[in-house]
Ligand binder design. Structure first.
Ligand code: KIV
Length: 258
């Protein structure tokens, strides 16, 4: 709970840094720089080539989150509840408990607003911290286009954000909400908003780590590539291949001698 309180306190003070991780080694690097590490169900498309996050299972999330936990010392660890694991309060509580107990994470994230508010309240009443997720909802949306073009949609998302706050979530991911809508929500609510494609008008930012590292071929407007790890790995592997073929590796330095 201390970690959760620390995140809430960052509202209006410092921008919250959040990135996704699916395994230990990456998590250990992120941990030095992030406030929140998210085991996102984006792992379905990033690691498994699934067409949507609908195919991601609870077991997958638990396995990846357990690995990530090994690399996390200080960050708040949040795990996505996958599609069809929170269709009602009973199911949500059973599965959220399973995620929390098996992975020792700090919180779970669920997609949706007023529609799932009773489910979110059940988790929070059972001392399970919850992060909300509004805007594009990859688990249920048919089209992935930015949100808040028209007034009724803007109003609905704002009302959803208020409902989530009142239910007790500790922060809300805003995925691809229009810039001024993000501003309105961020100003209106007392908990931090964390944007992905939602402009700088949020209290923090999240990206899929594979995207920012240039490991993915994704070309989303909201992604900035900070590295081209694909090229770097390619160069290292080529180096290994060349040295093995030329019998330059392994030398005595990497061999056992008596
Ligand atoms: O699954 C995920 O990685 C996410 C982020 C994009 C916020 O939910």
């Amino acid at each position: 709970m201390q970690k959760i309180k620390k995140i809430i306190k960052k509202k209006n003070k410092s921008n919250i840094i959040c990135l996704t991780a699916y395994s230990k080694n990456i998590a250990a690097i992120l941990d030095k720089h992030c406030d929140i590490i998210l085991v996102g169900d984006s792992l379905g498309s990033v690691l498994y080539n699934f067409k949507s996050t609908k195919e991601v299972t609870l077991e997958m999330m638990i396995n990846h989150a357990s690995s990530v936990k090994l690399g996390v010392k200080k960050s708040t660890l949040v795990v996505d509840m996958p599609f069809k694991t929170y269709r009602n309060s009973k199911e949500a509580l059973k599965n959220a408990k399973k995620i929390m107990n098996k992975t020792k994470c700090d919180a779970v994230k669920l997609e949706g607003g007023k529609k799932i508010i009773h489910i979110i309240k059940t988790l929070i009443n059972n001392k399970i911290p919850v992060m909300g997720h509004l805007g594009i909802l990859p688990q249920t949306d048919k089209k992935f286009i930015f949100k808040g073009k028209k007034v009724p949609e803007r109003y609905k998302i704002l009302q959803d954000a208020i409902a989530l706050q009142n239910a007790g979530v500790f922060s809300i991911v805003l995925e691809c909400t229009e810039k001024n809508l993000s501003k309105m929500i961020t100003k209106k609510i007392k908990i931090p908003t964390i944007g992905i494609g939602a402009s700088a008008n949020c209290d923090g930012q999240v990206l899929v780590t594979d995207d920012l590292l240039g490991l993915n071929k994704s070309k989303y407007k909201f992604v900035k590539k900070y590295s081209n790890l694909n090229k770097i790995i390619d160069k290292a592997v080529k180096g290994f291949k060349a040295e093995v073929q030329d019998k330059k590796f392994p030398t005595n330095k990497h061999s056992f001698l008596v």
